[in-house]
Design a protein around this ligand. Sequence first.
Ligand code: HEM
Ligand SMILES: [Cu+2]
Length: 569
Amino acid sequence: MIQEATKPQVFSDTEGHAEKNYLNAGHTLASWLLTKDHKRIAVMYLISVSIFFLVGSIAAMMIRLELTSPRGTLMSSETYNKTFTAHGVVMIFLFLIVAIPGVFGNFLIPLMIGARDLAFPRLNLASLYAFWIGGIMATIALLSGGVDTGWTFYTPMSSMYSNGNVTLTLVGAFIIGFSSIFTGVNFIATIHKMRAPGMTWWRMPLYVWSHYSTSVIILLGTPVVAITLLLVVVERVLHIGIFSPELGGDPVLFQHMFWFYSHPAVYIMILPAMGVISEVMSCFSRNKVFGYQMVAMSSMGIAALGFVVWGHHMFIASQSMYQGIVFSLLSFLVAIPSAIKVFNWTLTMYKGSVWLASPMVYALGFIGLFTLGGLTGLYLACVGTDVHLTATYFVVAHFHYVMVGGTLLAFLAALHFWWPKMFGRMYPEAIAKWNAVVVFIGFNVTFLPQFVVGYMGMPRRYHFYYFAPEFQIYHVMSTLGSSVLAFGLIMPAFYLTKSLISGPKAPANPWGAKGLEWEACTSPPDKHNFHGIPVVVGDVYDYNAEEEELRLKGLAPQMVTKDDKVKFI
Ligand code: HEM
Ligand SMILES: [Cu+2]
């Protein structure tokens, strides 16, 4: 991608490192809290989701510790229920759904399409505040007295029997729903209206495409779940019968309405992650993304199909056999666009020149783990096998492979890839790369045994298994693995924070990547993103072999160290 208007001005002196940038464009607290700059909002999202991730992880470690003994000796059943609910609610609503869109969507979409900001900067700030308000409400509810329904809030447990904190959590989730919707509307309007001259739809980076499809899901799905959760509140507070049989309601109706959103929501969590992987794969393979249009359209295909498969969560919930068969077949279809992506990323590496930098190591981990997560989904989508596997640890392993192996690894890939751009500093690359390996190993030791123990019959949401002490070895392995994983997840907090203080200054394009955010912006970007309006004249991902030759000979961009400045071609 080449742009005419900006290049000469931007790269005038310091190879694109900017001393004056969006980070130091104002120093007061108000200049952050009232900012309309998409980049500052992204940084505030980064801090927020990191804190929520820490809270969710502490709950996870408590769950893992409890499960090392078959008798569940550390906490009562009720406390255990509250612990896994806290873990689920925080991880799903306060981390996974928000993390990549809130941080990287906000930061990158305007930069990638050559815009000055998002279409509605104030709405963007409102979205952050809605997230904060909802998040704080939910956290208070989960910590003070807790909620024991699980993140799925199944009725009539949630509407009749569980304690009063359910209401506060649901209202919190409702408000977070608005945050999601604001972001979705903003991204769609921005992508339609704010693309720079020459940035046609087929020249948009796949990361932007992935957010486009995600935003469509958000707009169609989130209102449904928001109303559903509100109806539970109405039933609890006003005793109007909607979902509870005691009041004349239908509890299965809740499951339909909940999963109508929550299955598509898994694509809200994974599509932006897939977008990240497309960018990282192509940059570190020095190759075009294989089948660019197919990858873009498979995102749209996933978004559409995602809405017609929710019944696979309800094979054992009094669904008719015919309904089960239809939902099963439709669920199998989702595997097709997912597989297209995996094939195309793999082919992107073929005949490319693969550079195993830390973002790429995370991305490779993503491909392996997401594939396992997706394939095990097929076992669950098959009615016959699901009857045996549903509500066991097999399901727990399946969704952790897609959500941790997939979304979290992509989040880490994105964090390492765009960190120099966001903060203008380099981190210790060797440590980061080996840390990615530690995360990969820790993850597998944690979750692979769960497939086995789930297949053997370990139910999810139980804190004891004295009826089957042979499960213990798998649980102990899992807990051991989770400590390795925890180490691997804490490390980046240290070395990335340290890089802010003492890391070498990053040039505009330390990876030699393509795209407006690298080629037309300083690191960190200027408050106004671009000096002038970028004009896009070439296709996206125009990596070429010639340039790669130079890199191999040491003449093209390398990692910078303190005294060795990066060289540009
Ligand atoms: C290849 C595509 C996929 C298929 C065919 C698939 C299939 C399934 C099925 C059938 C279930 C229900 C299992 C049961 O309750 O017995 C399930 C559960 C789940 N899946 Fe997937 N899945 C896929 C991808 C994903 C992705 C991409 C994510 C998240 C990013 C995800 C997250 C989840 C979650 C969170 C649950 C558990 C929900 C709960 O708490 O009950 N899945 N999946
Ligand atoms: Cu589903």
